[in-house]
Design a protein around this ligand. Structure first.
Ligand code: AR6
Length: 201
């Protein structure tokens, strides 16, 4: 099998040489990796409403991206969101030392034990991030699994929301050609693949 050969299995395709799966005629790739290393037009940050950093994805983006991101976030807080970025909204900054050109910061819903997760809010995060990227005429974007870490959203319940939201967005005319879904742990990618709801284009 030559490298780069794509296997097709139902609506998904697998590229064994790169260990990633693709959907929607290869416009969506699902892979294991570090969001800060993605060479795309924009990466998405699973931020909190302060926009001033935290742990997880947020911590990694701020520490590897450097001061430029933090300064841009402080400016957004000062000028547009003095009380903090509300959940579901998205803002865009430069990406400092990261390979990506921009960082889109969004705040996912916090899921409390015993409560129904807020799928509408999670969908808004993805939709508003995609819309912001498209508004800037960007062609590629990479998402981490928003809200499924510290914010406690069950990953198996996030997968249908995320896949349906992305598919619906890409069904309209948009500059976006490539959407990457980047999972830190192989088990998180497996869980996503089991629960996603992409359909054939
Ligand atoms: N690349 C890709 N995925 C990652 C990385 C990385 N470098 N690091 C962690 N993940 P989380 P949330 C995965 O907690 O649930 C922060 O403190 C991780 O395994 O980063 O939206 C913020 O400041 C998990 O699957 O985001 C907020 O306060 C997923 O990314 C809060 O956490 C999301 O985990 C946001 O919580």
């Amino acid at each position: 099998m030559p490298p780069g050969t794509i296997w097709r299995i139902g609506v998904e395709a697998m590229d064994p040489s790169r260990n990633r799966k693709t959907f929607l005629s290869e416009r969506v790739s699902v892979l294991v990796g570090d969001i800060t290393e993605q060479d795309v037009d924009a990466i998405v940050n699973a931020a909190n409403s302060t926009l001033l950093g935290g742990g997880g994805v947020d911590g990694a983006i701020h520490s590897r991206g450097g001061r430029e991101i933090r300064q841009a976030c402080e400016e957004i807080r000062r000028t547009r969101f003095p009380k903090g970025l509300p959940a579901g909204e998205a803002v865009i900054t430069a990406a400092g030392r990261l390979p990506a050109r921009y960082v889109i910061h969004t705040v996912g819903p916090i899921c409390r034990p015993g409560r129904e997760p807020d799928g509408r809010m999670l969908a808004l995060c993805y939709r508003n991030s995609l819309a912001l990227a498209a508004e800037r005429e960007l062609r590629s974007i990479a998402f981490p699994a928003i809200s499924t870490g510290a914010f406690g959203y069950p990953p198996e319940q996030a997968a249908p929301v995320v896949s349906e939201t992305i598919q619906s967005f890409l069904s309209q005319k948009t500059s976006l050609e490539r959407v990457l879904l980047v999972f830190y742990e192989p088990s998180d990618m497996t869980l996503f693949l089991k629960n996603q709801r992409f359909t054939a284009p």
